[in-house]
Design a protein around this ligand. Structure first.
Ligand SMILES: [Zn+2]
Length: 221
């Protein structure tokens, strides 16, 4: 049995307010620690598999209070609940190839921040991302990706522009940081929350080989 850390204990004790209210149960920093601790368990193969039983399901049926929002890639190897060893109701997850933004993803994130009280957004890039590779290859040849994939290329283009002479992982990290910055400055809701210190937005990069998540920035940047 793994001993409860201070931050996890704080979370478990504080998770009781009415689910319909947007009062955060943890701070952004505490939420970040919960994710870091979960990823350490994942890397070490010492999983807790929290909040996946009948009791949790019954409790969560009354309402959700996810402690973090994760905008991740659709890549089948990067499930946030798995790599952070979390369960039902813990994470509000939006997944789209290349972890890019559009009105729908921003709207989903605004909902979780405003109505569910989530104090942390993690933009989770990953190693050997097909969307990042497609963007780099397409832009390098002045080409156009087939079908709707071109929309992903356009979304990742700002990161490619600043990292075209570096490797693909540098582009993936730059893209996560660019998306995090865009969210931090997104008006009206997210910018206001971030400026008031009630919302933390960080970029991160998942290593497919080791399972480790590297957090690229914390707080204002
Ligand atoms: Zn990807």
């Amino acid at each position: 049995m793994v001993a409860l850390s201070v931050s996890l204990a704080a979370y478990l004790q504080a998770k009781d307010p009415a689910p319909s209210e947007a009062a955060p149960t943890v701070t952004g920093a505490e939420a970040l620690n919960l994710l870091k601790e979960g990823n350490v368990r994942f890397v070490a193969d010492k999983l807790n598999h929290p909040h996946q039983d009948r009791t949790s399901r019954a409790e969560l049926a009354k309402g959700q209070h996810p402690f973090a929002i994760v905008l991740g890639c659709a890549d089948s190897r990067t499930s946030p609940e798995l790599v952070f060893d979390q369960g039902l109701g813990d994470l509000f997850v939006i997944r789209v190839a290349g972890n890019v933004l559009n009105d729908e993803t921003i709207g989903s994130i605004e909902y979780a921040v405003e109505h569910l009280g989530s104090p942390l957004i993690v933009v989770l890039a990953h190693e050997r991302c097909g969307a990042v590779k497609a963007a780099r290859d397409t832009i390098a040849t002045n080409g156009k990706a087939p079908g709707h994939i071109q929309s992903l290329v356009k979304a990742i283009e700002p990161a490619v522009a600043t990292t075209s002479s570096a490797d693909a992982e540098t582009t993936a990290k730059a893209n996560a940081l660019h998306v995090a910055k865009t969210l931090r400055e997104s008006e009206p809701f997210l910018k206001e929350k971030a400026a008031a210190g009630k919302l933390t937005v960080v970029g991160a990069h998942y290593d497919l080989d080791t399972g480790k998540v590297e957090f690229l920035s914390e707080g204002a940047k």
